[in-house]
Design a protein around this ligand. Sequence first.
Ligand SMILES: [Zn+2]
Length: 304
Amino acid sequence: MLTVSNYHYIRENYKTNYPSVFGVTPCQFKEQLLLLKNQGDFISANDLTNNADIIINSKENFILITFDDGLKEQYDFGLSILNSLNIPALFFANSINYDQKKVSTVHKIHLLRSIISSDDFLKSISKIDTTKINNINTFKAKEIYIYDDEKSAVLKYILNFRLTFSEQEKIIDSLFLAYYDESAVLNSLYFNELNIRELASIGFLGSHTHSHYPLGLLESKDIILELQNSKIYFEKLTNTTINTVAYPYGNKESCTNEVAEIAKKVGYKIGFTTDRGVNKGNENKLLLNRYDCNDLVGGKNYRI
Ligand SMILES: [Zn+2]
C-alpha cells in the first residue's frame, strides 16, 4: 500500500499582520519524517512510477513525501532535511511561474491577505467592481468556510464563487501590483531554474499544471493545455521526462474522471488528488489519494 504525505509552506516563522499562510516549520517536518519512518518505507517517484502495481498492492506500507507549489523554501529547508535523512521526495511546480514569469494567483491572494485585513480587501474589491460584492449570502459563505470569521468567509466566497477566473485575476492583479513587485516575489517565492533542473535530474520533479486552476471546472481544451504545457515546458527545461502530476486543490471538483483521462492521454503515469486515504490497489493511478501532512502521525489534526 501507498501512503502519501503532502506539504506546502515550510518556514521558521509564519508571523504576518493577518494570518494567511500556514504550514510546518523545518523542525516539525523533520520530526514528522522520523515518526513516519516507523510506519513504513520511503519510496521515490521513480520507484512508484516503475513499480506502481507492486507497491500499491503490497501489504507493506510505502510512504511518498510530496510538496506542492514549487516554493523556494521547500528547496532551502525541505530538501536539505530530506537529504540528511536520505529520504526521497517529489516536488510539484507550476510552469506559469517560469514560462510567463507570473506569480500564481493563489499565491498573490496569500500574500495580499497577509498584509490586508479581510475588511480592507473587500473594500478594495468594491472599488474595482461593486456588482460582485452586492447581495452576498453571508450564511452560505459561513457554511462553506466554517473556520473563518465572517469577513474572511465572505471574501473567500466572493473570490472563489462569485468571480470567473478572469475576473478574479483582473482584480487580484491590480491589487497585487499596488503592493508587490512581481519579479522580486517570483525570485524569492519559487524555485529558480537551477533548482528545477537539479530536482528533475534526481527524479524529484513533477507537474502541478501550468497555472494552478481547479482543472475539473475548465473546458476540455483548457484541461489539455494546463496538463500538457507544463509537462512539455519542464521536460524541455530539464531534459528529463515528467511522469507525475499533482492536480491543484486536488478535491473532487478539480479531479474529475475527465481530468484523469486527459492526464493519462498527455503522458502522465501517476496523478495525485488531495483525497485523504491510503492507496491499497483499487485506485485509478491517475487519481491517487494523498494526505495533507496535518492528518498523519505528528500532524496537528492527527488522532490515533
Ligand atoms: Zn497548489
